[in-house]
Design a protein around this ligand. Structure first.
Ligand SMILES: Nc1ncnc2c1ncn2[C@@H]1O[C@H](COP(=O)(O)OP(=O)(O)O)[C@@H](O)[C@H]1O
Ligand SMILES: [Mg+2]
Length: 317
């Protein structure tokens, strides 16, 4: 749909919601709302709570810009609701959203496509909880790969519940932290080296950013406290590994059948080999978020990026 037709639509910017990333989502949503408003779009901020369906009807929203992170907003549930209501929406469809949100499902698809991922093991709460002595459980926990490990909930974001474990004494606490958010967690081999995020827009690579946190890893705090992380555009990588990272990022986006704007997180080891961590189907969207930074480096200003995302909106069935 072209920009002049879009300007006649009533666009709901869906933000907030009920996930652990509510606060971040409100910031993305606010930035999108302000930018679209100043471009003369008819925008309405919508806090996506339990009453989302009735708000969308009452406010007669005919187009949705989804700025929800985590939970229902990113896992396909809100996308399903919008399809039932016949409201076109930005970003990925139901299946791609669900697959990308689930780190176990997405890793399995990446592997089937020959996309390298760190060695990992999936652990269910039920397999752990019956054994109440932490010690006997830990003796049974075998991953088949050396420490350090990264323990993370299977379906969270923003590094919520992610802990790095460097010795066996740290396992129990890390498992408890991750199990606070999910009944299923992933134990992954820690990949030393660099962290690279690649931005993708409408099935093309925009570019990448190297993320250098001053903390142990790119934790929630390192992500959202200004000054704690250094961002380098483009990443300081040799040409071959950067080219490979970009290729793998696009392959990951396509493997999950994503659309619109995504951001793919990768680790690149000391030998220059990239490993895909995940695809974010609703990347942070404040003006200083990573995808907008990458777009800007590629010559696409924030407002232009938003309009390109809107133009690529998904129509549902
Ligand atoms: N296998 C790994 N090796 C090294 N660091 C990792 C690994 N997995 C995760 N991390 C660190 O944890 C952060 C969050 O992990 P990620 O898988 O991207 O989950 P989230 O959805 O919470 O962003 C990453 O940005 C990275 O800094
Ligand atoms: Mg991530």
């Amino acid at each position: 749909m072209n920009r002049s037709t879009l300007k006649r639509k009533k666009i709901g910017v869906l933000m907030g919601g009920r996930s652990s990333e509510r606060a971040v989502s409100l910031k993305s949503g606010r930035a999108i709302y302000e930018a679209l408003k100043s471009l003369n779009y008819r925008v309405v901020p919508v806090d996506a709570g339990r009453d989302l369906c009735s708000i969308l009807r009452r406010k007669q929203i005919s187009y949705a810009f989804i700025a929800l992170h985590g939970g229902y907003g990113e896992n396909g549930a809100v996308q399903g609701l919008l399809e039932i209501l016949g409201i076109p929406y930005t970003g990925s469809g139901i299946l791609a959203s669900a697959l990308a949100m689930d780190k176990e499902a997405s890793k399995k698809i990446f592997i089937s496509q020959g996309i390298p991922v760190p060695p990992f093991k999936v652990v269910y709460r039920s397999a752990v909880m019956d054994r109440n002595s932490g010690r006997s459980f830990m003796m049974k926990l075998r991953t088949g790969f050396a420490m350090p490990w990264v323990i993370k909930p299977a379906a969270e974001g923003s590094s919520v519940g992610v802990v790095i474990v460097r010795n066996r004494g740290q396992i129990k606490k890390a498992l408890e932290a991750a199990f606070q958010y999910d009944d299923r967690i992933i134990i992954e081999k820690y990949i030393p080296g660099k962290e690279i995020h690649i931005g993708i827009l409408n099935n093309a690579v925009l570019g990448g950013v190297e993320v250098r946190p001053s903390l142990e890893f790119y934790s929630y705090e390192a992500k959202y406290t200004s000054g704690l992380t250094e961002y380098i555009l483009p990443p300081v990588l040799d040409r071959k590994s950067y080219a490979l990272s970009k290729r793998l990022a696009l392959a990951s986006h396509k493997a999950l059948q994503c659309s619109g704007a995504t951001r793919v997180d990768l680790r690149v080891n000391n030998r220059g080999n990239p490993f895909v961590l995940e695809v974010n189907t609703i990347p942070g969207m404040t003006e200083t978020s990573l995808l907008p930074k990458i777009a800007k480096q590629a010559g696409i200003e924030f407002s232009d990026l938003l309009e390109k995302i809107l133009e690529g909106a998904f129509y549902g069935q």
